[in-house]
Design a protein around this ligand. Structure first.
Ligand SMILES: [Fe+2]
Ligand SMILES: [Fe+2]
Length: 470
């Protein structure tokens, strides 16, 4: 099962050649994917040799192969974790064998979960397609492309499930995944954060820190799934996803570190006068991308979440850590918005599962912010980055109808509008950050607004030629 066929058109460990119909269908989808990549991916870089990691198996050791590759020649493959005997370990079907086929009554719910996840993958490539023009170093340029090709592989992972298990509907959904476009008014991507522009590298780092991390939690919840092919697919995607969050967390950390150095270099502590990104501006972009990402978890009280858990399709983050797995009669203590007031109360656990997952995500984000604050402290600067309240700047869920400050105080919309530019990036911030974005493509050099990485990729030095120059 885990033997990888690398000489197939589509590398895979799912015995694709054993199912000729499926193989033909995916081989017919492949050129459309490549067309999409050439149109919507980082096209000016398609002819360059990039030092990239390619998944070649699902073995814990040695699953990745590093070498120079031109992106359109990247070997996007289909990899599922090996099958083991599993039973449903949460929900109404506890103890029964997991499903290898889609159960009829959950077909629509399951298809929606897969399509929604699948849609985020090409969306982020589209959002990031122009960033190659302004990367702060070859190291960063390579990391951008690494993230991009792996999001492409994640699209393959979801398309494999759609083609294999959802018949004609699935094939149609797979086509539509290549037709929607991030930010397009007529055919936008499904989720809000994936239609926001990622127009410079500060947003890219915040995106990979916060939005890719939402992906981690969604994939981890699906990794628990009683639909076994989905669980095995998501588990392997998580392996790749860790690097995306590394790019985001260390990217922001390097911008923060550089800001601190520039504070000390300037007689007035003015980072912008030194051509850096000041810490209050970093806080604003944190506020923006963190809150956009909170929205991705969906409504605080949700019958869809309850249904997906009851069916055994989507569990909690690391379900095995919990003692009780049916959640009948249990409750979750949380803030809710009732009759214009914030009320702290118990909500039926199954209906609160989006909030339960979001709460785990918030803890994870906080650990990252703590590490950024340690950098600031180590540099001897008196400043603290903070995650804003989960009620601040929400577009989805119960907090979206009311305005709140970053501290979580309820305010009226007029006050929010007046102060918005102090809390979230305003036009002047956006213009300033863009003014810093100039490509630095000499080996080992780094843009002025960001500190170098602590180490290079795959044990190589930081000044390695990660993208081959002509
Ligand atoms: Fe992904
Ligand atoms: Fe990712």
């Amino acid at each position: 099962m885990s033997t990888v066929i690398t000489d197939d058109k589509i590398p895979n460990n799912v015995n694709l050649s054993g199912d000729k119909r499926l193989q033909r269908a995916l081989e017919a989808w492949q050129p459309k994917f490549i067309d999409w990549w050439k149109e919507m991916g980082p096209s000016p870089w398609n002819a360059k040799d990039i030092y990239l990691r390619t998944a070649v198996s699902v073995e814990t050791e040695g699953w990745a192969h590093f070498d120079y590759v031109k992106m359109p020649d990247y070997r996007w493959g289909i990899f599922l974790e090996p099958k083991v005997d599993r039973v449903h370990h949460f929900g109404d079907n506890m103890g029964q064998p997991v499903w290898d086929e889609v159960p009829g009554e959950f077909r629509n719910l399951l298809r929606r979960l897969i399509v929604t996840q699948g849609d985020t993958e090409p969306a982020s490539v589209e959002q990031q397609r122009l960033l190659g023009e302004t990367a702060p170093s070859l190291y960063d340029l390579r990391n951008l492309f690494q993230v991009n090709v792996e999001e492409g592989r994640h699209l393959w992972a979801m398309v494999y499930l759609l083609h294999t298990y959802f018949g004609r509907d699935g094939r149609e959904e797979a086509e539509e995944l290549l037709q929607r476009r991030s930010g397009d008014a007529d055919k936008p991507r499904i989720l809000g954060a994936f239609n926001e522009p990622t127009s410079h590298w500060l947003s890219f780092f915040m995106f990979t820190m916060f939005t890719d991390r939402d992906g981690k939690y969604q994939l981890a919840a699906l990794d628990e799934s009683g639909f076994d092919p989905l669980a095995r697919t998501c588990r392997f995607m998580l392996t790749e996803e860790a690097h995306h969050m590394f790019v985001g967390e260390t990217g922001v950390q390097r911008v923060v570190k550089r800001a601190c150095e520039l504070i000390k270099q300037d007689p007035n502590g003015d980072v912008r006068a030194q051509g850096g990104v000041d810490l209050p501006t970093i806080q604003k972009y944190l506020n923006l991308w963190y809150t956009l990402s909170l929205d991705l978890f969906g409504g605080e009280v949700s019958s869809n979440a309850a249904d997906a858990f009851a069916a055994g399709l989507k569990g909690r983050y690391k379900e095995a850590r919990y003692d009780e797995h049916t959640l009948v009669g249990s409750t979750f203590e949380m803030d809710v918005f009732e009759n214009g007031k914030v009320v702290h109360k118990d909500v039926a656990m199954r209906n609160a599962l989006n909030e339960v997952l979001r709460t785990e995500y918030i803890k994870d984000c906080q650990r990252g912010v703590d590490r950024w604050n340690k950098t600031i402290k180590d540099e001897g600067i008196d400043f603290e980055l903070k995650l804003p309240s989960n009620k601040f700047h929400r577009q989805i869920g119960m907090w979206s109808t009311q305005a709140f400050t970053p501290d979580g105080q309820m305010i009226d919309q007029a006050t929010f509008a007046a102060r918005r530019g102090a809390w979230l990036p305003n036009d002047a911030d956006e213009t300033y950050i863009k003014s810093l974005m100039h490509p630095v493509y000499e080996r080992g050099r780094m843009a002025n607004w960001i500190a170098p990485p602590l180490k290079g990729i795959n044990g190589l030095p930081g000044d390695f030629e990660y993208v081959k120059q002509p």
